[in-house]
Design a protein around this ligand. Structure first.
Ligand code: ZN
Length: 251
């Protein structure tokens, strides 16, 4: 394959990924400028924190998360470029051995397939990153609000989407009380800031697994759950955390 063709393909993939990054990260990796509008990782983070002017500590957390996502996208981009070049190259070789020319349509078909594959992987990565950043910023907001109210270590729980994709572990065993649809209440300090692994007895701020959709939520004093696991006011002085420990014999 001619190097001109190789460069053209690399450029096309570069442009495609720059556009995807800009819309999903809220950040243009080429110009290094922020994109304020739209639903992107930056706006999800700001919404979760409920602020338009994050502190420098909050900005650092956001930047780290954007950097990790950017690195993932970069890797995905290189893999996509390599796959397209490999496929077109082997087509070129097989055509030239038959002394025919590779048609533009064939090239388009190869690129189309690879682009849709890359787009799907991109979406999966971005959705999980969006959920992670939403939970992270929610945890920070809960901490801020409860400090203001004089609550030292607030209670939180996970809202779990139950369907065929819901994992047994940790969703049904840690996010929920095993065998029920009632969310388990945790102290915010018990939520780990590392990826959840098999054997971990606490939940992770990063969720349960790559496609986790669980949402971290604050539980105010006096509140608990009804028999179906819906949030319900249980009365002044009610302590759902201690109640669950006794009721369900949790460790
Ligand atoms: Zn989950």
């Amino acid at each position: 394959m001619k190097s001109k063709t190789t460069n053209a393909i690399i450029d096309i993939v570069d442009d495609l990924f720059a556009k995807m990054s800009k819309s999903f990260l809220g950040f243009d990796p080429k110009s290094k400028t922020l994109d304020g509008g739209g639903r992107n990782l930056i706006s999800i983070f700001m919404t979760g924190l409920n602020t338009t002017s994050p502190t420098s500590e909050e900005k650092d957390i956001l930047k780290t998360s954007l950097r990790i996502t950017e690195a993932y996208i970069d890797g995905l981009k290189s893999r996509t470029q390599t796959r397209i070049l490999d496929k077109i190259n082997s087509e070129v070789e097989s055509y030239s051995s038959r002394s025919e020319q590779l048609s533009l349509n064939k090239i388009r078909e190869i690129m189309g397939k690879e682009f849709s594959l890359a787009g799907n992987n991109f979406k999966i990565a971005i959705n999980s990153e969006a959920n992670k950043i939403r939970n992270l910023s929610t945890a920070m907001k809960i901490e801020k609000l409860s400090t203001a109210k004089g609550i030292k270590d607030p209670y939180v729980f996970w809202v779990v989407t139950l369907d065929e994709k819901t994992a047994d572990k940790p969703e049904k065993t840690l996010h929920l009380i095993p065998g029920t649809t009632t969310p388990r209440v945790w102290r915010l300090s018990e939520i780990k800031h590392e990826f959840w692994k098999k054997g971990m007895e606490q939940t992770s701020i990063y969720g349960g697994h790559p496609h986790c959709r669980c949402v971290l939520t604050y539980m105010a004093p006096g509140w608990g759950f009804d028999a179906k696991g819906k949030v319900k006011y249980r009365g002044r002085g009610h302590d759902e955390y201690s109640f669950q420990k006794k009721q369900y014999k949790l460790g």
